[in-house]
Design a protein around this ligand. Sequence first.
Ligand code: HEC
Length: 104
Amino acid sequence: MKIKKQFSLILFGFFFVLNALADDTNSIALGEKIYQQYCSSCHGAEMKNPQWGFDLGKFPRDSKIRFIDSVTYGKNAMPPWEDVLSKDQLEALWSYLQSVPASL
Ligand code: HEC
């Protein structure tokens, strides 16, 4: 009886992790889509060779607050996105940025 219970707990944990992983992959894919639509014209396809402005390959991968802030409210020549993108979409963009290796 006890073993059965432990087994189901392990099983539960396993699916929990799987689910979290799938979620992560989904938001990266979503973030990539949003990026292609709204950001790639200035920041370059796949965040490489930006036309002008800022090379996102060089954006610090541990500065989430700065990322959300700059994208939400804009920065110098970059327009604000707060009326265009939802919080979830910003989170997805951040996941996508995390998935692209930094090019320092
Ligand atoms: C119209 C062109 C343009 C578009 C479209 C654009 N950006 Fe930018 N972005 C810029 C420019 C120019 C800068 C440099 C701003 C500066 O530091 O002077 C910048 C800077 C940034 C930075 C760095 C901000 C910082 O804190 O230094 C991030 C992050 C960023 N953009 C993300 C995005 C994301 C995500 C999108 C899509 C939702 C996007 N940008 C769309 C032009 C653009």
